[in-house]
Design a binder for this molecule. Structure first.
Ligand SMILES: Cc1ncc(COP(=O)(O)OP(=O)(O)O)c(N)n1
Ligand SMILES: Cc1nc(C(=O)O)sc1CCOP(=O)(O)O
Ligand SMILES: [Mg+2]
Length: 211
């Protein structure tokens, strides 16, 4: 049974764009997205703080679920909806501080062992990647494919899940048939010839998430 150690999220988080700027956050919230992540990599906290503040303000204005990747101290300081962390981040993060601050937590996984680690933390949702080859991030592991994804979803039963990695408009329907509650995408939107059309199509397929 889903009993996270962090505030719960709906089973279906719907379309979940992962983007690297406040500009993208604003245009996607305006387009109807309600689950979104600010993912800025490898800058000092003081260079990211203004963007984190702005993204959180936008998230509140649109009543959206705004997750901050990596910068958990800033997410706590400015009261984001949630934080997303990778497996390595778990070792260096004060998870109790995230919990005490009432933020949701999402954790990345790439195989059964990482799912064991995530389940021990009892986050708000578990991300499963990478489903297909991706150009967006160098991955140390092989893509897990749809059959493996489906078996993880079965194992996780009523736990909110997010699929990520190489999910295009063409591939989204087959990913969603595994029963996953959300599809996280980067390039399917940010590299699309027409991002508005891509977002509308993905929202039509995955929804904006449950309340
Ligand atoms: C929804 C979602 N799933 C997975 C990731 C990857 O997170 P992480 O493993 O911490 O890697 P970086 O994104 O920090 O490079 C994610 N960001 N979002
Ligand atoms: C940031 C990230 N994390 C992944 C994981 O598997 O943990 S895959 C990924 C990149 C996803 O980008 P695109 O939608 O362009 O393939
Ligand atoms: Mg990370």
């Amino acid at each position: 049974m889903y009993q996270p150690n962090f505030p719960p999220v709906p089973f279906r988080l719907g379309l979940y764009p992962v983007v690297d700027s406040v500009e993208w956050i604003e245009r996607l919230l305006e387009a109807g997205v309600r689950t979104i992540q600010l993912r800025i990599k490898d800058l000092p906290d003081d260079e990211v703080e203004a963007d984190v503040i702005r993204a959180i303000q936008l998230g509140r204005r649109y009543r959206a679920r705004l997750f901050i990747n990596d910068y958990w101290r800033l997410a706590i300081k400015h009261q984001a909806y949630g934080v997303h962390l990778g497996q390595e981040d778990l070792e260096t993060t004060d998870l109790q501080a995230i919990r005490d601050a009432g933020l949701r937590l999402g954790v990345s996984t790439h195989d059964d062992m990482e799912i064991d680690v995530a389940l021990a933390v009892k986050p708000s949702y578990i991300a499963l990647g990478h489903v297909f080859p991706t150009q967006t991030k160098q991955m140390p592991s092989a893509p897990q494919g749809l059959a493996q994804l489906a078996s993880h979803i079965q194992r996780l039963n009523d736990y909110p899940t997010v699929a990520i990695g190489g999910i295009s408009i063409e591939r989204a329907p087959s990913v969603l048939t595994t029963g996953v509650g959300s599809i996280a995408v980067v390039s399917a939107i940010t590299q699309a010839p027409d991002w508005q059309m891509a977002t509308a199509q993905l929202l039509e397929m995955a929804g904006a998430g449950d309340e």
